[in-house]
Unconditional design. Structure first.
Lengths: 348, 382
């Protein structure tokens, strides 16, 4: 019996969608084992890799494809909305595999009966804006309407396709490699939480939702071959992403908490809600695994880009304790555990 | 984490790694001077344990120093009969409002969450104020199942003084910390040499309340705050008092705590509540450890307003797993989660067996959240 994951009691729970271990186990048990039992080949990265997307060799290039569905409450939030999220998420999944020039996107919309048309148009506008930012275009789509109460407002699904010369995985870490983060962490998750709980915080806590393909391309061009692993810390935040990368790569990771950038508003909201910014979602940040000798060069490249100004080297991969992530708080050390289930504010 | 602006300065004040390292050195020296091992001290507060775990402070403590978490989680020490009362009320069809943590606390046979799954109406609220707002919107009776130490009890008291709607009543599981320190100090198996008292509770009670305790038990008490340096400074002071065999009360949280405490809050607290004896889960019968509503407030006391029939809870045997649970020993400071065979296996936050895994303030829950105790000192560095 798997304790942490699986479909407990034969029912799907919210924790199975929270981006942590329970979700990975559910996906593995229900889908991957049944649909892609064979190991991956040299010419294809498929379901069994459980990476950000799939990749198939086409001639001497790789065709990368990814899909994602977006549900978020509230659909409009400080820093963005579900439309911007849907474009950024898919563009970023492609970029995390090294494919920074999205050839095309698809967009499917499911709307609840009674949804305001003006809101739908607002979402369309921000889809268009985000596409312009990413140099991407939606080339086909689908629209469905469901009865009142059958879904919660609006659901978007986007898929993306891109070509790339080389694929970057999330499992390429080796002992000695450095971990870099492209900017402040936790902003998206905490902004959503604050909005949801009507915290009414002063200051400018806003989601970081943004397409990252230009930043990634900028770095890959300036430091070719240096980036050996990449992933965007979305649901489950830095904590879950680091666990997944450590597990898949078979290394331990030591993070220096003092160097992980957190914005003041995010830190304040985190303290107030009792939510660790390291466990809160990001929608415009990436975590890079970099060979040690190239770390300084990659950091410089990141910081020379508008979206990477607050980039930092935040950790090191070690051979000891493979699969575990240790946080050095500056005061002491502890294991950084993955958030389990939905993040709930601490009450007392 | 990197900071900017003035919050950086604030952090530096209470989270400065250099000062922390210096205090760790000092603790090492003090323990050596004391010349005994282990030196056991106890804190009685979930927020202290939370900060110790979150900042990885245990890696800083000298190995001879044993910092035990005592009965510092109000949800965890809520005993079976109190949960049973809430469950029985809910099953009788009365609507219950309570803090989220209380939902999964196991009763004799079931928790409020179990009752809810079977159709009982239970609302989770973030504050007693929210429960009152809910009552105001309802026509039917609403019972607020209240938990928390004196800090939280004051808020419940203030709400009653403000005159809540007539359909509102309170099922109090509020607890009072000072008496349980006496119990723990007298436990034959504990060898606690000093206490770290909770700064927020002392903000209400004042630190003078510990003077009699110190006299009676000849044990040192240091009142400490909740930032990492607050805790370390508190421990340093406690070790000094132990080294010098000088049992006394020292207030290391003067920015919040005074000798007399918050008189107005105390007055509110005792106008509404009276201390009565009662069992704390896993600890013992604690004289004056439970807070119940005074007679003047009988009309807001769910225990007097409703006939609560808990007798049918007694027909069932407790679940077998629960028999291996050592929450009691953990809260008494005799055992740690690492000693429990269920910890992290059958007993996890999703499916807690014991109360310490339920609340965000429970020792087991905190240890689980932060990866349990592993010796992470030394080794790799950046």
């Amino acid at each position: 019996m798997s304790v942490a994951g699986g479909a407990s009691n034969g029912r799907i729970a919210l924790k199975h969608g929270a981006g942590g271990r329970a979700m990975r186990e559910l996906v593995r048990e229900v889908f991957v084992d049944a649909m892609a039992p064979e190991a991956e080949s040299a010419d294809a990265i498929g379901l069994s890799a459980m990476d950000d997307g799939a990749a198939i060799r086409v001639g001497d290039r790789w065709l990368v494809v990814t899909t994602d569905s977006y549900v978020i409450q509230p659909p409009f939030f400080p820093g963005g909305d579900i439309g911007r999220l849907a474009v950024s998420g898919t563009v970023n999944d492609l970029a995390m595999m090294g494919a920074t020039q999205p050839a095309m996107l698809t967009c499917a919309v499911i709307v609840e009966e009674g949804f305001a048309r003006a809101d739908l148009e607002r979402i369309r506008d921000s889809i268009r804006e985000a596409c312009a930012e990413a140099d991407a275009a939606v080339v086909t789509g689908d629209t469905k309407v469901m009865g009142k109460g059958d879904i919660d407002g609006i659901v978007l699904n986007t898929a993306g396709v891109a070509l790339t010369d080389s694929v970057i995985r999330d499992c390429g870490l080796k002992p000695g490699d450095r971990i870099l983060v492209t900017g402040t962490v936790g902003d998206h998750g905490l902004a959503i939480m604050a909005a949801r709980h009507s915290l009414g915080l002063d200051g400018d806590l806003a989601s970081d939702v943004a397409p990252l393909n230009h930043l990634v391309r900028h770095v890959l061009e300036r430091a070719p071959g240096a980036v050996v692993a990449m992933k965007d810390p979305t649901r489950g935040g830095v904590a879950s992403t680091m666990h997944e990368m450590a597990e898949k790569s078979g290394v331990g990771i030591v993070l220096d908490g003092r160097r992980i950038p957190v914005s003041d508003p995010a830190r304040a909201a985190g303290e107030l809600l009792g939510i660790d910014p390291l466990c809160a979602a990001n929608e415009g940040k990436a975590i890079l695994g970099v060979r040690p000798e190239a770390a300084a060069r990659v950091l410089e490249a990141l910081r020379s880009h508008r979206q990477g100004r607050r980039a930092e080297i935040v950790g090191t991969c070690v051979a000891e304790r493979p699969g575990l992530v240790i946080l050095d708080t500056g005061l002491g050390r502890r294991l950084l555990t993955e958030p389990e289930g939905e993040l709930l504010p601490r009450i007392c | 984490m990197t900071d900017s602006g003035d919050s950086g300065a604030r952090q530096l004040k209470f989270r400065d790694p250099d000062r922390a390292a210096a205090m760790a050195e000092l603790m090492k020296r003090l323990v050596k001077q004391i010349g005994r091992a282990p030196v056991s001290v106890m804190h009685v507060c979930g927020s202290h344990e939370q900060a110790i775990a979150r900042f990885g402070l245990r890696a800083l403590f000298p190995p001879e120093l044993n910092v035990i978490m005592g009965p510092g989680c109000p949800v965890c020490v809520t005993d079976l009969p109190e949960v049973d009362e809430a469950v029985a009320l809910a099953e009788q069809g009365v609507r219950i409002a309570t803090y989220g943590d209380m939902l999964r606390v196991p009763g004799s046979v079931k928790s409020l969450a179990d009752a809810q799954a079977a159709g009982a109406r239970v609302d989770v609220v973030y504050s007693v104020g929210q429960a009152v707002e809910l009552a105001a919107r309802l026509k039917e009776p609403l019972v607020f199942f209240a938990s928390g130490f004196e800090t939280t009890a004051v808020t419940t008291a203030a709400v009653l003084l403000a005159g809540p709607p007539e359909n509102f009543s309170v099922l109090s599981a509020h607890k009072y910390i000072p008496p349980v320190m006496e119990i723990v100090a007298e436990m034959p198996r504990t060898r606690v040499e000093g206490f770290l008292a909770a700064g927020h509770a002392a903000t209400i009670t004042g630190w003078a309340i510990f003077e009699r305790f110190v006299e009676r038990h000849r044990l040192a008490v240091v009142v400490a705050g909740f930032e990492p340096l607050d805790i370390l400074a508190g421990l340093v002071e406690l070790l000094k008092l132990i080294r010098d065999r000088r049992p006394s009360v020292v207030n290391m949280y003067p920015r919040c705590v005074t000798r007399e405490g918050n008189r107005r809050a105390q007055e509110i607290l005792w106008r509404v509540f009276r201390p009565v004896g009662g069992r704390w889960r896993g600890i013992a019968h604690v004289p004056n450890g439970n807070l119940r509503l005074r007679d003047e407030w009988a009309h807001f006391d769910a225990r007097r307003r409703f006939r609560i029939d808990v007798s049918r809870m007694w027909d069932y045997a407790p679940p077998s797993l629960a028999q291996s649970c050592i929450c009691g020993d953990i809260m008494a400071g005799i055992a740690s989660p690492a000693d429990c065979t269920l910890f992290g296996k059958q007993c996890i936050p999703d499916t807690p067996v014991g109360a310490c895994m339920v609340s965000m303030e429970g020792t087991c829950r905190i240890w689980h959240e932060y990866g349990g105790r592993l010796n992470l000192a030394g080794g790799e560095s950046l």
